[in-house]
Structures are given as structure tokens and as C-alpha cells.
Design a protein around this ligand. Structure first.
Ligand code: ADP
Ligand code: MG
Length: 447
């Protein structure tokens, strides 16, 4: 194959990416990036900090890799995104994107397949789906304002709330929206407080017809953000703007939140999403199979649908892994392969991995104590295991970066992100460390 110039390749990739994105998104996230290094078949790209690198990875990683592979004709190429080391202290909040106040930048948080078309409706999610559809066709209906969707992990809350956003974008309608994860809202609020810039916080909510807030349960314990949010909520509501919220539990179980906020959440329509029944699980599987352009026998799908019951994310995980395996080996997906995959995924899923037990296993492996890992010492023999611990916790549990930081003596989330980046980079350079981490992982999954 022809040799290629990586700097040139990245610039061409950026030009392509630009066509798919709005210019504000492109400017905010991708413009200031540059080719850094080549590491095997990985192209390392540097961003201005690890917050940006992390966001680019999760929001655009796949798209950028597709482009890179397309234009280079090399399917084996992968991208790695790195950022400068975070500065210690509160300045870490500076890493928030500066143009967060422009509503159009919201689309970067949307996943392209989280649309209504790709959402299977069943008795478990009918009401939430109907509510979501209704609000995307009519602004400010009092019956559905706010629309509060709640349900367990991996049941489609984010999918539905993003489907509303897609709908609003797609129609070329003039209706503006802001899609925000509550974690980002809290971070932005803190930043505005630090900079004494409440106007900026208020601007987040100005000029929008829809406020879409995902994972409102993360307002827990954030008293000042709650207060500020309460006022914005009232203002939007009074002006007939549509509010949609998602949460992992119903309003009355958001115990830590003030009563007046909880009662507002109940003003409109409260709709839950339950785990899907067998028929819905099967229909979701069929949709995934169609998307991946796979061929899987009905009896295999039936087996998967009967084995995985509680979580749609697990269903899609199984299909994606089966698809990858089948592409790698060139073999079809049969009962045998499916059974193996289900056994191993159920095995890892049901095991309860907590920050505590991950840290103790890592500590034991490196012959240090868990409290040293959680503590402040920066000697190398402690620092690396600590970073390994953080990175494994991130990988094996769904704990937010913030909480991982708290677990490690209240470090902030950017320190955690940075540690994870660093371990990723070290693993590339040091096969020995990579081997150790794999070994620890094997121990963890066999707890
Ligand atoms: P939550 O936000 O509730 O934790 P997500 O919205 O992230 O869950 O959904 C997890 C995964 O399951 C996503 O890939 C999503 O597309 C998929 N999913 C969930 N419910 C459905 C559904 N009814 N139809 C199709 N896909 C679904
Ligand atoms: Mg979600």
C-alpha cells in the first residue's frame, strides 16, 4: 500500500469532518487539533486539553475513524486522542468548551442513531415514547410540560431524549433546543460561579424553545446548581417553553432534591420505562441485526432475547460483539458462538465490581496498600498503580469520573481523565504494563 503523510491525512480528515458538522461544533472541538505521532497503526492526535480530547473521543471518535479509513483506504487504522496534562486545582473547570452557550453546539452530544426510527416501541416504554413524540411536535403543551422520563440503566432514556433533539433538528424547523447532560450543567455552573459570571449561566437557557436535560438525578447534593436551575426552570415554564427531563428514578425518589423542585417535575407527564418484554427484546434485536447487516437465525435471536432480560444496552452489546467476531473470523453467527458470547457477557455483567474491590485487587497485585492508592503520595510505584486503578474503575463500572475522583481522596474529574489518558498512552509504549493490566483484569473478572 502507498505510504501516507499522517499530517496531511489528518488535515484531509478534518476537511471531511467539517462537512458533517456545524461550524461552531467544528471550531469548538476539532479546529485546534494536530497530528502528534504514529504508534503502530494508531494515529495519535493532540488536542488542547484532555477534556476536549475525551469529548472528541466519545462524540466523534467513530466518525473520525471511519473518515480516516475511508480516505486512506486502510481499514486497520485507529485514532488515539490525547490532551495536555491538566493543571492542578480549580482551574480544571476552564476546560469546559467556551462556546457551550451557543445552542447549535448541542448537536455534538447527539448520537446519530438515537432517533425515533431506531427506537422500538413496546408496552414497557409506550407512554414515554408517546410523550416524547408529542412534545417534539408541539411546543409548550401544558399536559406534557415537563415531560419526565425515568427508568433503570440502559433502557433507552438517553435514546428517547436525543430522539426529540434529532426530530427538532431534522425538520429544519426554527425551534431551538438545548440538550444538556446534568453533569455538564453542574460543571458549567461551577465554572460560572468561579468566574462570577452568572449571565453566562443564564444564557444557557435563553432563546431556546426546548430544554432537554439528561440524568437529572446528578443534581443530587448540588444545592447551588439546584437553586439556579429552579429559577431557570420556572422562567422557561412560564414562557411556555418545553422541558424534558430524564432520571434513573421517579421524582418522589429524588430525595435529596428540594420539595419545590420535585413538585415541579410532577407538573406535566411522568412516564417510566421498564425492562422490555420478550417480544420487544426480539424486535430490538431484529433492528440491530438489520443495522449491522447481519444474518442471524431466528432460534439464535430467540436464545439471546430469552437470556438477556433487564438491559437493552446489553442486548446491543452482544450483537455488536457477535458482529465484530463474525467479521474478524469470517464465520457466520451460530448458536455456538452466541452461547459463548452470552456466557461470557453475563458472567462479567453479573459480577459486582466496585471501586473498592477493584482498588484492592490492583493494590494487591502491585504490592501496595489500598489506602496508599487512595492517598496523595506521588511516588512512581504508587502513582502508576493508582492510575491503573482509576482506569480500570472507569472501564469496568459505570461510575462517573467525578465519583471516581471523590473515591480517590476528592481528586477532580480532570485528574481522573488525565490519569486514564496517561495509562492508555503508557500501555501503548510499555508492553509489560499492558500485560500487567490484562492480568489484573483477568483476576477481576474471576472474582
Ligand atoms: P439509558 O439512558 O436509559 O441508560 P440508553 O438510552 O443509553 O439508556 O440506551 C442504551 C442502549 O439501548 C442504546 O444503545 C439504545 O439505542 C438502546 N435502546 C434502548 N431502548 C431501545 C429501544 N426501545 N429500541 C431500540 N434501541 C434501544
Ligand atoms: Mg442515559
Amino acid at each position: 500500500m502507498e505510504p501516507f503523510n499522517p499530517t496531511d491525512l489528518w488535515n484531509r480528515c478534518l476537511n471531511e469532518a467539517k462537512k458533517n458538522l456545524e461550524s461552531t461544533e467544528f471550531d469548538a472541538w476539532l479546529r485546534n487539533s494536530s497530528f502528534e505521532d504514529i504508534n503502530g497503526s494508531r494515529i495519535v492526535i493532540r488536542f488542547r486539553n484532555s477534556f476536549v480530547a475525551g469529548h472528541v473521543k466519545s462524540r466523534f471518535g467513530r466518525m473520525l475513524e471511519d473518515i480516516i479509513r475511508d480516505i486512506s483506504g486502510r481499514n486497520e487504522l485507529a485514532l488515539q486522542f490525547i490532551g495536555d496534562p491538566a493543571k492542578p486545582g480549580p482551574s480544571s473547570t476552564d476546560k469546559l468548551p467556551s462556546n457551550i452557550s451557543s445552542p447549535s453546539s448541542d448537536s455534538i452530544f447527539l448520537r446519530s442513531n438515537y432517533t425515533f426510527d431506531h427506537f422500538v416501541v413496546g408496552p414497557n416504554n409506550q407512554l414515554a415514547h408517546a410523550g416524547a413524540l408529542a412534545v417534539s411536535s408541539e411546543v409548550g403543551s401544558t399536559t406534557y410540560n415537563p415531560l419526565f422520563i425515568y427508568g433503570g440503566v440502559g433502557l433507552g432514556k438517553t435514546h428517547l431524549i436525543q430522539a426529540i433533539a434529532h426530530q427538532l433538528r431534522q425538520e429544519g424547523s426554527k425551534r431551538t433546543f438545548r440538550y444538556l447532560s446534568t453533569e455538564l450543567l453542574v460543571e458549567t455552573f461551577i465554572k460560572c460561579v468561579l468566574q462570577n459570571d452568572y449571565t453566562r449561566f443564564r444564557k444557557l437557557f435563553q432563546g431556546i424553545d426546548y430544554l432537554l436535560m439528561d440524568d437529572i438525578q446528578f443534581l443530587k447534593g448540588k444545592v447551588e446548581t439546584q437553586e439556579a436551575f429552579f429559577h431557570r426552570f420556572n422562567e422557561l415554564h412560564q414562557h411556555g417553553k418545553q422541558i424534558v427531563l430524564t432520571s434513573d428514578r421517579p421524582p418522589h425518589e429524588l430525595q435529596d432534591l428540594p420539595e419545590r423542585l420535585i413538585s415541579r417535575f410532577q407538573w406535566g407527564l411522568v412516564a417510566d420505562i421498564k425492562p422490555p418484554e420478550y417480544e420487544t427484546r426480539l424486535a430490538i434485536l431484529q433492528l440491530l441485526v438489520r443495522d449491522e447487516e447481519l444474518e442471524i437465525d431466528h432460534e439464535v435471536l430467540d436464545f439471546i432475547a430469552s437470556s438477556i432480560r433487564k438491559n437493552v444496552r446489553q442486548l446491543s452489546g452482544v450483537i455488536h460483539r457477535l458482529a465484530a467476531m463474525s467479521r474478524l473470523t469470517g464465520c457466520g453467527i451460530d448458536m455456538n458462538l452466541a452461547q459463548k458470547e452470552i456466557r461470557s457477557s453475563l458472567g462479567t455483567i453479573t459480577r459486582r465490581l466496585s471501586p473498592g474491590n477493584i482498588t484492592s485487587i490492583v493494590a494487591e497485585y502491585f504490592d501496595v496498600s489500598p489506602s496508599q492508592l487512595k492517598g496523595k503520595q506521588r511516588k512512581k510505584n504508587i502513582l502508576i498503580p493508582r492510575q491503573v486503578s482509576m482506569s480500570l474503575i472507569r472501564e469496568l463500572t459505570s461510575l462517573p469520573l467525578k465519583d471516581i475522583g471523590l473515591f480517590f481522596s476528592g481528586r477532580d474529574h480532570s485528574t481522573v481523565l488525565n490519569s486514564i489518558d496517561r495509562i492508555e498512552q503508557l500501555r501503548e509504549k510499555e508492553p509489560e504494563l499492558d500485560r500487567k493490566i490484562k492480568e489484573i483484569k483477568r483476576r477481576l473478572v474471576s472474582i
